[in-house]
Design a protein around this ligand. Structure first.
Ligand code: ASN
Length: 274
């Protein structure tokens, strides 16, 4: 991040607005002097807002996130986790995909060179992928492999790869040339480790944001502070993504369950001890 001049910002932990997510979780909100506040699910909206400021063209935060997951059958979710969440002004989907590929190659090579002893102790052999990564279109792989396409591809592929064009939250930009397709991407680890990261180009135009929110049946009032920035035309055009830190460590170490790579794991459905 430093060599690419991506500026670190401090994370936001509480706010009236956070990522609405595309899957249902238990509410992690609370009242403070009568105001409804939320614990951060992801810093997505704040990343885009941060880039409104002069001198902030590329930013990242190591951002704690809380998601009270309902699915208790997964080995790659924690109720509390961190993302290395980054966002760039005026970047395209392709620019971010390229940045992420370089980041993965850099981190994997570094760990392979610097942590030989630890990798041997763990019985982990790590191979560094070559770029560009394979790219799969979501609709095409879903048609071929069914709804479990991500899991199947992750088990099948030898190196990290990308799946593009999911329909997700309102903030991932709809392709203006192909409506109903989205300018976003998931990066997926091989060997069955599954999703590493998600991100995309962002909606920044007021009309389009309203259209997307209405289509998803969202409470516009709840997001009014964000929508108001778009209405004033000052929300920048950005793109970015966020790596799950624990998922990255899990992949690097080859741990079976994500709880094995954190000091104080909070596992969906299990009693929180510490
Ligand atoms: N960090 C992701 C992004 O930048 C959002 C998420 O975690 N849901 O798109």
């Amino acid at each position: 991040m430093f060599s690419k001049e991506v500026r670190q910002i401090l994370p936001v932990i509480i706010s009236p607005i956070t990522d609405p997510l595309s899957h249902d979780v238990f509410d992690a909100g609370f009242l403070y002097f009568g105001q409804e506040l939320q614990l951060t699910k992801s810093m997505i909206l704040h990343k885009q807002i941060a880039l409104m400021h002069d001198g902030y063209d590329a930013i990242y935060a190591v951002s704690p996130c809380v998601r009270l997951e309902k699915d208790t059958t997964t080995s790659r979710h924690l109720l509390e986790f961190s993302q290395v969440d980054f966002e760039f002004k005026d970047y395209s989907k392709e620019d971010v995909m390229h940045f992420m590929e370089e980041l993965i190659v850099h981190v994997f090579s570094f760990v392979k060179d610097e942590c030989k002893y630890e990798l041997t102790e763990l019985g982990r052999s790590l191979s560094v992928p070559t770029t560009p990564f394979k790219v799969f279109d979501k609709d095409e792989v879903e048609e071929k492999l069914g709804i479990d396409y991500e899991k199947l591809l992750s088990e099948q592929e030898k190196h990290s790869f990308l799946i593009i064009s999911h329909e997700r939250e309102f903030y991932d930009k709809e392709d203006p040339v192909k409506p109903g397709k989205y300018l976003n991407y998931d990066l997926v680890y091989p060997e069955g480790f599954g999703e590493a990261l998600s991100g995309g180009e962002r909606e920044h135009e007021h009309e389009q944001i309203l259209k997307r929110m209405k289509r998803l049946g969202m409470d516009l009032e709840k997001y009014s502070s964000f929508v108001h920035l778009a209405e004033r035309g000052i929300l920048p055009k950005t793109a970015g993504a966020g790596f799950g830190v624990e998922r990255l460590v899990r992949y690097l170490t080859g741990a079976k369950h994500i709880k094995d790579v954190v000091l104080f794991p909070k596992v969906p459905g299990e009693k929180v001890v510490l």
